[in-house]
Each structure stands twice: as C-alpha cells, then as structure tokens.
Design a protein around this ligand. Structure first.
Ligand SMILES: *Cc1c(COP(=O)(O)O)cnc(C)c1O
Length: 430
C-alpha cells in the first residue's frame, strides 16, 4: 500500500499543528504509523491522498450515520449555502430542525443549538449548576464528555474521590468540584451523595458509554442513578452526544425508558457539520439566557447550513425500520467476523448495541467499567488495525474507540470486512 502522499502531508502538517493534527486521536499515536490523509468519501468508502480505498467504520467518529456525501445531505447543504452561510439572526431552519427533533422525542421540551458536543455538555453543566445553585458535579471514570475544564478529570485512588486533572492547564480548584466514581458501582454513588449532601448539582453519564470501549450499563443501574438524583434534588444529565440518534431516534433515554433532566446531543445531529444541542423540560430550559440568568451564546449557533444538513440526515433516520436495518447489518457483520475467527488462545470478543460495535481482546462476557479493560490487550489491536488498513478496512485508530455501521454499508462491504478481519486477526493473535 502506497503511503507517500499521506506521509508528505503529515510532515508538512507537523510544521503547522501540534503533533500534525487538529484533534489528538487522529495522530495514530496509539496504533503507530502515519495517519492517512483523506481525500474523499462516498457512501461507506473513503479514499486517501495516495488513492487507497477503504471501507470506513469510523464515520468521522460517529456523525455519518448515512455514510459519506449522502446525496440528500449534500443537496440540502448546497441549496442552503447559495443563500448565504450565516446571519447571526434567527432563521426558519432552526425551527424546522427543532420541530423534527422535539416532535419525535418525548424526553425533552425545549432545546438550544450549539456548535459541538463539548459546548453542549459544558452548557448543560452550567445550566445544572445555575438551576440547583450547587457547584459540585459527579462523573464516571471511562465516560468522555468533551474537553471543558470541569470534565477533564479522572479518578484518583479510592471509592469516592475528587479526581486528578487529565490535562495540564486545568486548575486544581476546578477539580475540587468534580467527583469521579467507577461505572456500575452503586455503593460509590451512595457514598458520594452521603459525603456531599445537598452539594451535587448534577450526575453526568454517557448512558451508553462508548468513548472508552463500549461499557454497556445495566438498566437497573441507570434507574438507580435516576432515583438517587430525584431523592437528592440533583439533576441527571445523559450525555448522548455519541449514542443520540444512533441507537434510535430517542437515543438512550428512549432505549432504557429513563427520563433524565437534561440531555446533550452532537455528532449525528449536524449531518457531518458542526452542531451540538442540549435540551430539557421547558421549566429547566427557562433558566437559559435571555429567558433566565444562565448565560450561553454562540456566533455560529443554529448555523443555517448545518441546520439544513441536520434536517436532511435526521429525516432519513425517521424512515420506518431505519434503526432496525442498521442493527441487523451490524449483527450480520459481527456473526461473519466470528465465523472467520482463527483458532487461537488469545481471547476475543465484539460488544455491540444498535450499530455501535467494539472490538476487545478479552475473555469477559460483559465489561461495564473502565477498570475492567486490560491495557495490555491493546497490543493486539495495534496489529489488527494495521493489518486491516492493508486490507482496505478503516477503523478509528485506537482500541478504546468503537466502530459504527452506517446506512451505506452493503452486504458486499460487510462480507469483505469479515474476511479481512479473519486474516488480520490471524496475524494479530500470532
Ligand atoms: C464526542 C463526544 C463529546 C464531545 O463532542 P465534540 O463535538 O467532539 O466536542 C462529548 N460527549 C460525548 C459522549 C461524545 O461522544
């Protein structure tokens, strides 16, 4: 496989950007080698600068549920941008996307559009603090909520801890407002509420944690969080930036039938353009400026071109059987991969929900917390990733990342992928 052009582009990029990239995981640090510079995408396929073709399961890290350059999304973008790209004044397109979402989601009544998942979560946290007039937040080890200061905090040692910053530049004083506990641990959450009585503004969780492996939670656990939040007048935030519109139009709230107080969305909502959103009851949302005193704003919020792309994409998601078909394809892929498994003593499993899947070198039947992931097993993923690239299959470049099946993947793609997996796993497990 030729890599010269990607390599030359990466050399140049390193002069302009730290590590040669504008978002760290793109740098291929955890799998080694040079990141591929992508030239174009169509449907389920992408092409790099050297002309190599890949079947793509990264999908821009989740947003592209219809695949690349979907005709309806592209048309909507073109039509809209002809009339201008941004006004900083309201447009009817914002109403249209809001109506599409709210009339099909009974868990939220009012929303605010922003420009990224990070912004959605950061704003939701501020809203929770403003609403409850409390400062502390509780998060879980192994959930990612974007890169705002209060959330770049990882667990310290102990059952209930204030975390340690997971990034330089986050003040210690911020960390002291963020409590971090393990997923799937009721005792730790109960202890946190006992220790910090009447101080916790919100509990934030990825209800389907999919940024550090796929750590599927028990419904009972999510219900437990709902109940303990209600008892303590703490808001429950579901961060559905990755799973929203991915496992069903109502995301995890609809899947588990649990009503959080605030929900954040991103990724799929913008049809591949930068859109985030947070939503809640009309009562909670009335605290947002200019109605209330929690300030939050954005020059490009509700951007018309991005709204049009979102409308086009979400309209497709609402078609009958859309999610069922995606899930069936995903199950087909997983079963095919398993049928090609080499005989080896190295344990291997694929976890999935809807059209999200995670490749794990583990003998565990369920993995519910970050602590259960064996960091050492990532060495197998490194080889798998490299060998799959050689065979024209593109996965996100980290064993902690999940893969996504999109509407554009067809049977031929899935069969080819499974065969490539068989060969690549054979090498990875040697
Ligand atoms: C991707 C993601 C974010 C951050 O979104 P960005 O658009 O990258 O800022 C936040 N929360 C979750 C659950 C995510 O998956």
């Amino acid at each position: 496989m030729k890599r010269e052009k990607s390599e030359a582009l990466f050399e140049k990029a390193k002069k302009y950007f730290p590590g040669g990239v504008n978002s760290p995981v793109r740098a291929f640090r955890s799998v080694g080698g040079t990141p591929l510079f992508i030239q174009k995408g169509k449907g389920s396929h992408i092409w790099d600068a050297d002309g190599n073709e890949f079947i793509d399961y990264c999908g821009s890290w989740g947003p592209l549920i219809l695949g690349h350059a979907n005709a309806k999304v592209v048309d909507a973008i073109k039509k809209t941008v002809e009339n201008g790209s941004s006004f900083g004044a309201p447009t009817a397109l914002e109403n249209e996307l809001a109506e599409l979402i709210l009339s099909n989601n009974k868990y939220i009544q009012k929303i605010r559009f922003v420009s990224s998942g990070t912004e959605a979560v950061m704003s939701a946290i501020r809203l929770a603090r403003g609403y409850t007039k409390r400062n502390k937040i509780l998060k879980f080890e192994g959930c990612y909520h974007g890169h705002s200061d209060s959330l770049l905090v990882k667990a310290g040692s102990g059952l209930v801890t204030f975390g340690n910053t997971s990034s330089a530049g986050v003040p210690e004083s911020f960390v002291n407002e963020t409590i971090v506990v393990s997923l799937n641990n009721e005792v730790a959450v109960k202890q946190a509420f006992a220790e910090f009585k009447d101080q916790i503004a919100c509990v934030i969780i990825e209800p389907i944690p999919a940024n550090n492996g796929l750590l599927l939670q028990r419904k009972e656990y999510l219900q437990f969080l709902r109940d303990i939040c209600t008892e303590n007048k703490t808001l429950l935030i579901f961060d559905e930036v990755i799973n929203g519109f991915r496992i069903g139009f109502e995301g995890a709230a609809g899947y588990y039938k649990i009503h959080p107080d605030i929900i954040t969305y991103g990724k799929i909502i913008g049809g591949g353009l930068p859109v985030g959103m947070y939503g809640a009851s009309a009562e909670i949302m009335s605290n947002i400026s200019p109605e209330g005193n929690v300030y939050q704003a954005g020059t490009l919020s509700g951007n018309p071109v991005a709204m049009a792309a979102g409308i086009a994409q979400l309209t497709e998601c609402l078609k009958p059987n859309f999610y069922q078909d995606l899930e069936e394809k995903t199950q087909f892929l997983i079963e095919k991969i398993k049928s090609h498994l080499p005989s080896s003593i190295i344990p291997f499993n694929i976890f999935s929900i809807g059209s999200i899947f995670w490749i794990a070198f583990t003998d565990k039947e369920v993995v519910r917390s970050a602590e259960e992931i064996d960091a050492d097993s990532m060495k197998y993923f490194r080889v798998l990733h490299k060998e799959l690239l050689e065979r024209g299959i593109y996965l996100g470049p980290s064993g902690y990342e999940v893969g996504f099946v999109c509407e554009a993947h067809n049977e031929d793609d899935l069969v080819k992928t499974a065969k490539a997996f068989g060969e690549a796993l054979e090498i990875a497990m040697k």
